[in-house]
Write a protein that binds this ligand. Sequence first.
Ligand code: ATP
Length: 290
Amino acid sequence: MVVERKAYAKINIGLDITGKKENGYHLIKTIMQQVDLYDVITLEKIESGIEIGTNSKDVPTDDSNLAVKAAKILIDKFNICSGIKIFIDKRIPVAAGMAGGSTDGAAVLLGMNDLFELGLSEEELCEIGVTLGADIPFCIKGGCALCEGIGEEMTTLENKTEMYALITKPNLNVSTKHVYQSLGLSVGPAVGPEHPDVDKVIDAFAAGDTKKVAATMGNYLEKVTASEYDIIEELKHDILMAGALGSNMSGSGPTVFGLFDSMEAALVAEAELKDKYPDIFVKATGVING
Ligand code: ATP
């Protein structure tokens, strides 16, 4: 038997760092929104072991792959006697701030739950998922959510907006760990005028007001990534000049996106920027896990 799942990417529409814990973890407050960009994960029962394959040279094919970690945790926890063969058709840019690894891990948890008829609820899958990564519960539930704590405290948000994202990942590698460390925060709450007001973005979502979402969103992590790589500000500027209502980096970067309230406007901007940024593309938002 074979199970196929779409593993959707996310963008962060507003991201603040609200503090640092004693254990060194940073507290975040961010709105995560899935976009219509996905890896395709194929799962097949085999006699024993975990086999992993992918079409991407950037994806690890060892135990560090989050899809392998997810399979291993279920096999061990539920004493599954057979093995699993996983294939990742990678379409989400890797190390881009779009939760590419987390969403593959989430898809394996969801897919194996079906394949092996484990009967686990979404909540139970999230509890297992969070032990592998703070973004995995969001990737399991999907849609749009306010994520707090280290990213695992989720409040589902209704996204009433019509919203399209023009997305591009500059050709550079940004380490999430390095970005957080370079913030140089001390233990305790982090406040100040340079912090984005995520509550305003939440209100704009509730009002279904894409313009207000775009105008109020901000990403505190740009402080580090944009100061190290000029391309981030250049991209934001070019995307705004091409008609976006607002533009931000996603996660710790380096992906940059612009928001539009119509597909037509987003496609016009894409056409305008395609020569300079060949990897630019438009995706609708508001996708629920499929
Ligand atoms: P996030 O937005 O959650 O911070 P990201 O989109 O920035 O994640 P990923 O695409 O998950 O980053 O890649 C980060 C690293 O994770 C990669 O360099 C790779 O070594 C590792 N990795 C592990 N599993 C996967 C996977 N299934 N797909 C892609 N990368 C993976």
